[in-house]
Design a protein around this ligand. Structure first.
Ligand SMILES: Nc1ncnc2c1ncn2[C@@H]1O[C@H](COP(=O)(O)OP(=O)(O)O)[C@@H](O)[C@H]1O
Ligand SMILES: [Mg+2]
Length: 302
């Protein structure tokens, strides 16, 4: 720990307050196999405590972008600073104290012989003491509902449970930045419910979260900022309300706004761009339109 690049890294990976969580300057990435341009000049700044959603069609470069955050991929050109640290000077293992990366497919991530060992591996690897490790694992087992499975081999449980193990094994490291690549795609109702609860908890705790997702209602509920990717670039960066209300943008990227927002756009004329994102907002807008006054939950109960 003598050079300046590593001086900011503690075992907890806590950033200095003055540094941005993510600072990406003109990043390009070309896959050597087939010479495929996956990122064609991406600029992105993310502050600590922000929750950022990433949407875009298949092949637009979302996964490639997320892999730059933890140094799994190094940019072909451009600069990636994470908590002020240039990823090009670091190994993936060094970055792991700062950035937790939850793979889309848990099969690319799990290797321990039991789920309990899997949950302990990451935090142990970054130097968390054994007694604290037990506490973190106990908390994760409780939150993710893994009590009945801890002695099992990760590959002997169902795919949704394995997905939760993959997420839990990263969350136990408590990195200051968490990256999820399509966490709820292909999951069952129970797993999706737990993942959505996790997103809300992380938001409330002030963890920096970057989440690639097709779950538009979840994004509408949890994130304050969405970036839209198309053909290797970011083409929009705004609030979910602005992004989902932009019919031309949604059509251009072949994306679908949350159903509630589509209904709102086709029925209640949005006031000053404040199109409804949730059923509650839509109900209030319709009520205002009909009666000239909003119906609140307490007034409907009477
Ligand atoms: N390992 C790889 N080798 C070569 N090309 C790849 C590889 N992974 C992804 N690509 C290509 O890079 C582009 C972006 O892919 P990706 O980042 O996975 O997009 P997304 O996550 O938005 O679906 C696509 O054209 C894809 O085919
Ligand atoms: Mg992807």
């Amino acid at each position: 720990m003598s050079n300046s690049a590593t001086a900011t890294q503690g075992v907890t990976g806590q950033p200095r307050a003055s540094e941005r969580a993510v600072d990406i300057r003109d990043a390009h990435y070309v896959y050597p196999t087939g010479n495929v341009v996956a990122l064609g000049g991406v600029d992105l700044r993310v502050e600590h405590g922000e929750i950022l959603g990433i949407i875009g069609q298949n092949g637009s470069g979302k996964t490639t972008l997320t892999k730059l955050f933890n140094g799994l991929l190094k940019p072909t050109s451009g600069k990636i600073l994470i908590n002020g640290i240039d990823t090009s000077t670091q190994t993936v293992q060094q970055m792991a104290a700062h950035v937790g990366y939850v793979f889309q497919n848990p099969n690319h991530q799990l290797f321990a012989r039991s789920i309990e060992e899997e949950l302990k591996f990451g935090p142990r690897n970054i130097g968390v003491p054994e007694d604290e490790l037990d506490e973190r694992v106990a908390q994760a087992v409780e939150f993710f509902g893994l009590k009945d499975y801890i002695a099992e081999h990760p590959y002997r449980v169902s795919f949704p449970i394995r997905k939760l193990v993959g997420i839990a094994s990263i969350v136990t490291m408590r990195p200051s930045i968490l990256i999820f690549d399509e966490p709820s795609t292909g999951q069952d109702h129970n797993t999706t419910h737990i993942i959505n609860g996790l997103m809300r908890r992380l938001r409330d705790e002030g963890t920096t979260v970057i989440c690639v997702s097709h779950d538009m209602p979840l994004l509408a509920d949890v994130v304050k900022r969405v970036i839209v990717m198309k053909d290797t670039r970011i083409i929009a960066d705004a609030s979910p309300r602005e992004v989902f209300a932009d019919k031309a943008l949604m059509a251009r990227t072949n994306l679908q706004a949350p159903q509630i927002t589509e209904i709102a756009l086709n029925t209640v004329v949005p006031r000053g761009g404040h199109v409804a994102l949730t059923p509650e907002e839509l109900a209030a807008d319709i009520s205002t339109r009909i009666r000239g006054t909003a119906v609140t939950p307490s007034s409907t109960a009477r």
